[in-house]
Ligand binder design. Sequence first.
Ligand code: NDP
Length: 260
Amino acid sequence: MTESTLPPFYRALLISFFILSPLTFVVLLRITAPYGRHNKSGWGPTVPATLAWILMELPAALVLPLCYVFGERQGHPVALLFVGLWQLHYIHRAVLFPLRRRGGARRMPIVIMASGMLFNVINGYLNGHYLFTLAPDDPLYQSTGWLTDHRFLAGALVFLAGFLGNLHSDQILFNLRRPGETGYRIPHGGLYRFVSCPNYFSEIVEWCGWALCTWSWAGLGFAVWTAANLMPRALSHHRWYRSEFPDYPKERKAVVPGVL
Ligand code: NDP
């Protein structure tokens, strides 16, 4: 299915997504989202960060599977694999990540949580509605042949590599705190040898893999949005590490090994 044959509402939402990504990028270069180490007052009421992460990410873990249930591809191996990859990420992000992170006493502004929820509803819908309702018109997904297509295979591998890199990098951060601690230390090992935010780098890689293996505008939109969201934040983290720790490794880049 080409972009021009998509239903009008879906098409408008998708185009807005692509237009808002560079705008988000520019805004986030100037204003760092106030949660975690960049938390500050003046952003309205707050909720405990652990609860905020669960409520913020749960919509993604619900909306795409709902699109599958109400879509036209129940039981199709290609559709099941897409649901599986998505849920691999979002069960972890919405349940395991919040419960395993340390420093749960921290709070997050409700406005950040709510914007994350809104994003996850729209993004889950854009991806799910395309894959399970609109894509059946696409000859690409008609048969199980897509599962041996080099785009699917390469994309799924990139997705899994990004997922594991994200998991490993977040684990290194968790290990820096004992239960109850909220302070920060310099992370070492794994991809931290190269960049300050390998969890963000891996997350971007992961959704690039998703874009490749779904071969969809929605998947590409998600990958672009993730980069627009996380790259400015990685630059903020990097500056913060350098100002807080005089002995911070000089050769370390912010987010893309050897580049940025
Ligand atoms: P951070 O790297 O800022 O923090 C991850 C966790 O580790 C937090 O619990 C944080 O605590 C803790 N932490 C971070 N640095 C240190 C340190 N130096 N010493 C001790 N503890 C540390 O990531 P985010 O919280 O922004 O994001 C969490 C996950 O969600 C990441 O995997 C990220 O990729 C993903 N994400 C994805 C987005 C997307 O657009 N797809 C958007 C945002 C996040 P504290 O909270 O107290 O700072």
